[in-house]
Design a protein around this ligand. Structure first.
Ligand code: AMP
Ligand code: GLY
Length: 437
């Protein structure tokens, strides 16, 4: 199988790693890729957000499967253009990608099929924002109604800060703001593979969105993750499948915009049950880095089956019994204004450790070495028999990496590894590391 993968982050390196360990994959191209994907296949100077260019290249080069990593090419209509050439593509059409592109559209779909989610108001004026904040009370949750790479959301008890955040978007014409009820409880990311009709869930993961330890600081794309979740209620995946993913996939098909790709369900396990925080239409980054290495079923075959509407033929997926945990090493200044260009050393030394590998994110090769080329520079992944071992290994790896001014969280998976996360009926409990600023 000849595979074309779109994207250039850690998620794409993790996908490339799993794809090239599938014996069915004869060759892999990544556009534009990074130094990690370059070592596993060929990087292409092709704009992943140009539908015509991607479709033409895939067709000219007899590609058997196109896999879209990030949301931007999906929203640009790349999957539509590739599918129009008769090439299987793993990733939703532009119309189906609205589930991530527009938070108000996602809310509309959830309302239509009674998926449990935070109550919300979509408003376009400062007065509207203020009234919705009064209705739901603090902590305030204010979201921009468009793509913002995880940075368009403010969760804060500071009324002025909430209004200021809303004001940034309201200053542009026609911008809508989503004001939501605050959801308590630990967060879970569950990726569901969809072929338009059938849904196959992957193992759940937890992501750490805030920049600094103890969930301090601004929201980021994600600073670390682990999987599986030893504290998750046993029926969680089945419950999410039945109450969230399947109804949404059915509704999208009913509307004539079937969903093919990853339906990423961002969930809060609240004191009042599981609720959807958001949908994304692609694998999470860095959650993919911990979910994919645990998958024993060869990945390319599964994604091709999804792209061809044959997920019902795939059967139960096989998983390793162990755990995986990843820590993101970010450049100085991330997420506000990341300093790029710094030299990164210690990657090979980290990979010398048992059960450790390094996923390249904003990294590129230069002068025989590696330099930081983005905010999230790399992810050290530890695998072990349990979460504690995976965590120790990941942090031993991180200790071998150096990049001047870089920062990383020191508490990824620490509560979970210590048995400190509770999902209960008594409110958030000590496991709720998410809180308002
Ligand atoms: P989103 O861009 O919708 O994923 O939001 C980013 C992060 O903000 C989430 O991962 C949560 O940590 C937090 N968040 C979003 N919506 C809510 C909510 N309704 N209640 C509490 N936290 C939220
Ligand atoms: N890690 C969160 C995301 O990929 O959106």
């Amino acid at each position: 199988m000849k595979v074309l993968l779109l994207g250039s982050g850690g998620r794409e390196h993790a996908l490339a790693r799993s794809l090239t360990s599938d014996p069915k994959v004869a060759s892999l191209w990544t556009a534009p890729g990074n130094s990690g994907t370059a070592a596993l296949g060929t990087n292409l100077g092709l704009d992943p957000c140009d539908p015509g260019a991607v479709a033409t290249w895939a067709s000219d080069n007899q590609i058997d499967l196109v896999i879209v990593g990030p949301e931007a090419p999906l929203v640009a209509g790349v999957a539509d253009a590739v599918a129009a050439r008769g090439i299987p593509v793993f990733g939703p059409t532009k119309a189906a990608a609205r589930l991530e592109e527009s938070k108000s559209f996602a809310k509309e779909i959830m309302e239509a099929v009674a998926v449990p989610t935070a109550k919300c108001r979509v408003v376009t004026t400062r007065e509207g924002v203020s009234a919705a904040m009064d209705e739901f009370g603090a902590p305030y949750v204010i979201k921009f109604d468009g793509l913002a790479a995880g940075k368009g959301v403010a969760v804060t008890s500071d009324r002025d800060a909430a209004l200021a955040h809303a004001g940034v978007a309201l200053s542009s014409d026609g911008a809508a703001i989503v004001v939501e009820e605050f959801l308590d409880g630990p967060e879970v990311s569950l990726f569901c593979l969809c072929d338009g009709t059938n849904v196959v869930p992957l193992a759940p993961a937890q992501d750490f969105k805030r920049a600094y330890d103890d969930d301090e600081g601004p929201n980021t794309g994600g600073m670390g993750a682990y999987s599986p979740l030893p504290w998750a209620p046993p029926g969680l995946t089945t419950e999410v499948l039945e109450t969230v993913a399947v109804p949404v996939v059915r509704e999208m098909a009913r509307r004539g915009t079937p969903f093919v790709g990853v339906l990423y369900c961002g969930l809060a396990l609240t004191s009042k049950g599981v609720k959807v925080i958001e949908f994304n239409v692609r694998f999470g980054d860095p959650e993919a880095q911990v979910v994919l290495p645990r998958l024993r079923t060869p990945l390319a075959g599964v994604l091709l089956a999804a792209a061809e509407g044959r997920l019902d033929e795939v059967g139960e997926l096989e998983w390793s019994d162990g755990a995986a945990l990843t820590v993101v090493v970010a450049a100085e200044g991330y997420p506000t204004l990341a300093m790029t260009g710094g030299e990164v050393t210690g990657v090979e030394e980290a990979e010398d450790l048992e059960g450790v590998h390094v996923i390249h994110a904003g990294l590129r090769a230069a002068d025989g070495g590696l330099v930081a080329a983005g905010g999230r520079v790399l992810c050290v992944v530890g695998e072990g028999t349990d979460l504690g071992e995976a965590r120790d290994r990941a942090y031993q790896g991180v200790a071998r990496i150096s990049l001047r001014g870089s920062h990383h969280r020191r508490d990824i998976g620490s509560l979970a590894a210590g048995g400190g996360i509770r999902v209960g009926s008594d409110g958030a409990g000590p496991g709720d590391k998410r809180r308002a600023e």
